[in-house]
Write a protein that binds this ligand. Structure first.
Ligand code: XUL
Ligand code: MN
Length: 383
């Protein structure tokens, strides 16, 4: 078994590359997928290789990224003769060999059309029951692979038509389901879990989501969940917050101050657009906000895991080099994080103290880009 060198840089204690990001086949609403489906063990190979290369220390998954789900066999993971059990054991062995640990296990309640009206908040009691069983299976899979967290991403728990929403029930259904997660972990002594997270998102795939922002998630945790201390938030920055023009620094400082920033999902985004899921630092905007976010996390003395959550650009998918383009994607993500942390480091110190806002912002850019203040002043005045 490989022992990975710990990653410690500024606020970041480990870098996690999830299965779903590497596996992404790059389909979109306007066109077919660019890449082929890879079996989960093949995806795992790419992830393990990245760990051996010193690029990542952790990974994460949805249940469905590892093994298919058959609603008629809700406990196949417990059956040692099942295909699911065999695949999960194989993946467990590969991760162990590579020295990779698991950050979070999350349940896919978005892919199967059964959940088209929602998972935890589906108006049909039988579908909510199915969602509960699928969540419990995911918790067991996470336990088998040693996941530190269970994540509830809001998936299809949202709406398009306001007058059709069971408003009197939705929040309670969500609370019952998440309290159920805590109870299941306790009852089955799944001691690998140190917490659960909510990942808010304003819209997509639904018109509106019931937990659209980090503020909603914290309010929901503190106001409605029985074991609020167990639960935190993993905001997706820049993407989910930027979709509604929110600012990453405002989000992380709020979450750190409320003790709810458990880990980050990390990628890039054009403000106000659909969920771009651009790779970190890639795209026409976001550099300044990303760098300042890591600067602030360091100032706030926050320490934790950064988990990439993006996919390569659709135009970068190479059907003739299915593995190669995925390897490049992982490498680019970790390179971008290194760059962001390095640039954030240049902002340390109290140089902004006696400056007005505009001066501070411009000097911050000079510092970030390694430009000399004097050289810039000379060029400006044409000396
Ligand atoms: C979707 C998203 C998800 C979650 C995990 O926007 O971010 O991939 O992170 O289900
Ligand atoms: Mn995410």
């Amino acid at each position: 078994m490989a022992k990975l060198k710990p990653f410690k840089s500024g606020p970041v204690t480990a870098r996690s590359m999830p299965f779903w990001c590497v596996a992404n086949e790059l389909g979109d609403p306007f066109g077919k997928t660019v890449l082929e489906h890879l079996p989960s063990t093949e995806v795992c190979k790419i992830i393990c290789e990245a760990a051996a290369d010193g690029l990542i220390e952790m990974t994460s998954f949805h249940d469905g990224d590892l093994v298919p789900w058959d609603p008629k066999k809700p406990e196949d993971d417990l059956d040692k003769k099942s295909e699911a059990y065999g695949t999960l054991q194989e993946i467990k062995g590969m991760l162990k060999e590579a020295g990779l640990t698991v950050n979070t296990a999350t349940c896919s309640l978005h892919t199967n059309p059964l959940f088209r009206r929602g998972g935890l908040t589906n108006p049909d009691r039988k579908i909510r029951e199915l969602a509960r069983k699928k969540v419990e299976r995911t918790l067991r899979i996470g336990n088998m692979l040693g996941a530190k967290y269970f994540t509830y991403w809001v998936a299809r728990d949202g709406f398009e038509v306001s007058v059709k929403v069971p408003w009197k029930n939705v929040h309670q259904w969500m609370a019952d389901a998440l309290d159920g997660v805590f109870d299941y972990i306790q009852a089955n002594k799944l001691t690998n879990y140190k917490g659960g997270t909510i990942e808010p998102k304003p819209n997509e795939p639904r018109g509106h989501m019931f937990l659209p922002t980090s503020g909603h998630a914290v309010g929901f945790i503190c106001g409605k969940l029985k074991n609020a201390d167990f639960w935190g938030v993993n905001p997706e920055l820049l993407q989910h917050e930027s979709m509604t023009l929110l600012n990453a620094l405002n989000t992380v400082s709020f979450l750190v101050s409320t003790g709810k920033l458990f880990f980050l999902h990390f990628g890039c985004q054009i403000k106000g657009q659909f969920d771009n899921d651009f790779p970190p630092l890639v795209g026409p905007e976001g550099l300044k906000e990303t760098v300042q976010m890591f600067w602030l996390l360091d100032e706030l003395r926050w320490k934790g895991v950064v988990e990439y959550d993006s996919h390569m650009l659709r135009c970068e998918g190479d059907p003739d080099d299915q593995i190669g383009c995925r390897r490049k994607f992982v490498r680019n993500a970790s390179t971008a994080l290194t760059v962001a942390l390095e640039l954030a480091d240049r902002l340390k110190g109290d140089w902004a103290k006696d400056l007005d806002e505009s001066e501070a912002d411009i000097l911050g850019i000079m510092k970030m880009c390694g430009l000399s203040e004097k050289a810039m002043a000379d060029k400006t005045r044409k000396k």
